[in-house]
Ligand binder design. Structure first.
Ligand SMILES: Cc1cc2nc3c(=O)[nH]c(=O)nc-3n(C[C@H](O)[C@H](O)[C@H](O)COP(=O)(O)O)c2cc1C
Length: 367
């Protein structure tokens, strides 16, 4: 019988249990992406809370491109020393830490007037209203190198791995999507060509890091846009290919996830996710059967019973949690003591605001 608290692995990365903190933008970094004491305190708290590994909020890889305010940066070597303190504090508290890397692209509301925003093609993003500049082959190479350099910095800072964010409507997801990617060169057209940027980034990271440095990816199982978007069949094929390349873990999400602010005066992003437990499990089940790389399921994981049933009925290896740990950073320890504990998180999604995130229940408690 498999259990949530089994020791397991993501490639070279040994995990004390099957629970990860899913990447969660905190909105607490400094303006240019540097971490601070608040960051260290938050990650120490999360590490003490029992998750085997913490995936950071997304970090931008090019200085000019920052999709959200006060997010982590990873775009030059000045970050390395501060990140060493972050990885140390997590390791001292018996957890592991993976840096999530992103290029946001047109799915952004932050500083959109003052910067050049790249896209695979100049297709207007109807959610944000942003029309990106179509990337030249040189821009694409610059970005591939930026991901590789950021991963090298992560390794030098003591991170236990990196995760490419290729889901939720951000740039790598857009390359995968025939709606956003209308290119006719080697980076567009067939599904294999639309995925090429991801393979090139993977190789660039591999070249710049140790041969067994864990590289993870977060993917939409589907964009849920019919054949206009990235489909489940394409996701499955991509996962099989990444498996042959040696991906250390595939985190399965789905998209599009967030709705736009309703008005400028009302900037809360409402999370519109399905309500049922572990809602992408049917997609993750099929993928996990087809690949040897561990599959991590994210989204709506709220019941140990459901997760342990999935562990025993499917090949899914791990589960990641975002909103429940925003509400209760020590939820994993609570589950370790009593598997019947019900998380306080109600999946209301109000934790995500442009002023930084925090759980509405904790806000009410503090007031
Ligand atoms: C406040 C907030 C910030 C998030 N930031 C990120 C992020 O930086 N990178 C990412 O891949 N997903 C991000 N997500 C999505 C979560 O990782 C996760 O996929 C989603 O919330 C569903 O999981 P849950 O039901 O455990 O919350 C964020 C979600 C929330 C609520």
């Amino acid at each position: 019988m498999k259990e949530l608290f089994d020791v397991t692995r993501l490639g070279n990365l040994e995990l004390k249990n099957r629970c990860l903190r899913a990447a969660t933008w905190e909105g607490i970094a400094e303006e240019k992406g540097q971490i601070n004491d608040q960051t260290l305190a938050l990650y120490a708290d999360l590490a003490r809370g029992g998750a085997a590994a913490l995936i950071t909020g997304y970090a931008f890889v090019l200085e000019e491109e920052q999709p959200s305010p006060k997010m982590f940066g990873a775009y030059n070597d000045t970050f390395i020393d501060a990140y060493k303190s972050l990885t140390d504090i997590v390791h001292e508290n018996d957890s592991k830490i993976v840096l999530q890397l992103v290029y946001g692209g047109s799915f952004t509301w932050f500083n959109t007037e003052s910067r050049v925003i790249w896209g695979p093609s100049a297709v207007t993003n109807k959610i944000s209203g942003v029309t990106p500049h179509e990337m030249t082959p040189l821009d694409i190479q610059t970005l591939i190198n930026a991901f590789g350099d950021a991963a090298r910095r992560a390794m030098e800072s003591g991170f236990d791995g990196v995760e490419m964010h290729a889901g939720h409507g951000y740039l790598l997801n857009q390359f995968l999507s025939p709606f956003f990617n209308r290119r006719e060169d080697v980076f567009g057209g067939s599904s294999e060509k639309r995925a090429r940027i991801i393979f090139d980034i993977f190789e660039n990271i591999r070249k710049k890091t140790a041969p067994d440095f864990p590289i993870l990816i977060k993917l939409n199982c589907s964009d849920f846009m019919g054949t206009k978007g990235f489909t489940f069949e394409e996701c499955l094929a991509l996962c099989k290919k990444l498996d042959t390349l040696g991906i250390a873990g595939i985190e399965i999400s789905g998209g599009p996830v967030f709705r736009a602010p309703k008005t400028e005066k009302e900037p809360t992003l409402e999370v519109t996710l399905p309500a049922q437990d572990s809602y992408f499990s049917e997609y993750a089940r099929v993928i996990a059967e087809a690949v040897s790389a561990p599959v991590i399921l994210v989204g709506g994981n709220r019941s140990v019973e459901t997760m342990e049933n999935l562990l025993n009925e499917t090949e899914i290896s791990c589960f990641s949690f975002s909103r429940p740990l925003l509400c209760e950073p020590d939820l994993i320890n609570k589950w370790k003591a009593d598997k019947s504990v019900k998380p306080r998180c109600t999946s209301c999604g109000q934790c995500f605001t442009l002023d930084g995130n925090n759980c509405i229940q904790n806000r009410e408690k503090a007031a």
